[in-house]
Design a protein around this ligand. Structure first.
Ligand code: CDP
Length: 225
């Protein structure tokens, strides 16, 4: 049984899930769990070994890894076995491989197990691909956040430019579309909207508008004490 109130936010790459989830969690005083950062952390650890990708290695590392989050200001710092990986897990090498790692059943089992344990401890916002469908299917507050692939590439490109990186928008759009396809077509826990999730197309919405919509929904859905 879950003790707290779980807000489940799913959707494709670059829909703004992590920004919105972090803001909503801060406004509500809830914990925030970025499940994408967990799959990225396993991928980072795999790359650190210098060995080529294999399902077996990915599964083994996922079973051993210790991931923790430390919220600080407007970001969520990520640690793997005491090493800070906040920036490194966003590298192009990790982004390129992460969907393959996330498709490995043993990896998903290990991560979902940790997510359920963290979510059971109290009120929490989680964002990912399978939160409403697999991790917390009983959550009364599910949102499927999306936007057009052009808009998602534009947002992600802006983020990268702000970090000082040069951006090829065509390539970025292709990378996002490829990751969407891989995440939606995989056999285990594919990305899809839960039947009872609210669909929110954010293409023409500001961050504050989307956060406001989610906070309103959370207010309506939160079990009355
Ligand atoms: O931030 P961005 O939209 O680029 O992706 P992310 O949320 O960091 O997730 C990275 C990848 O992890 C996704 O493309 C999925 O392959 C995988 N993932 C997943 O399979 N299940 C989740 N609950 C979260 C992420």
């Amino acid at each position: 049984m879950t003790k707290g109130f779980v807000i489940a936010i799913d959707g494709p790459a670059g829909a703004g899930k992590s920004t919105i989830a972090r803001k909503a969690a801060a406004a509500l005083g809830f914990a925030y769990i970025d499940t994408g950062a967990m799959y990225r952390s396993v991928t980072w650890k795999l790359l650190q070994t210098g060995k080529p990708f294999s399902e077996e290695l990915a599964g083994k590392l996922a079973g051993e890894i210790r991931i923790s989050f430390r919220p600080e200001g407007n970001r969520n710092r990520v640690f793997v076995d005491e090493t800070e990986v906040t920036e490194d897990i966003r590298s192009a090498a990790v982004t390129k491989l992460v969907s393959r790692v996330a498709a490995v059943p043993a990896v998903r089992e290990a991560m979902v197990d940790q997510q359920r344990r963290m979510g059971r401890e109290g009120n929490v916002v989680l964002d990912g691909r399978d939160i409403g469908t697999v991790v917390f299917p009983d959550s009364p507050c599910k949102i499927y956040l999306t936007a057009s692939v052009e808009e998602r590439a534009r947002r992600r490109g802006k983020e990268l430019e702000e970090k000082g990186q040069a951006v090829d928008y065509k390539a970025l759009q292709a990378e996002i579309a490829a990751r969407d396809k891989q995440d939606m077509e995989r056999a285990v826990s594919p990305l899809k909207q839960a039947d009872d999730a609210i669909y929110l197309d954010t293409s023409d919405m500001s961050i504050d508008e989307v956060t406001g919509a989610i906070l309103r929904l959370a207010g309506e859905r939160r079990p009355k004490a």
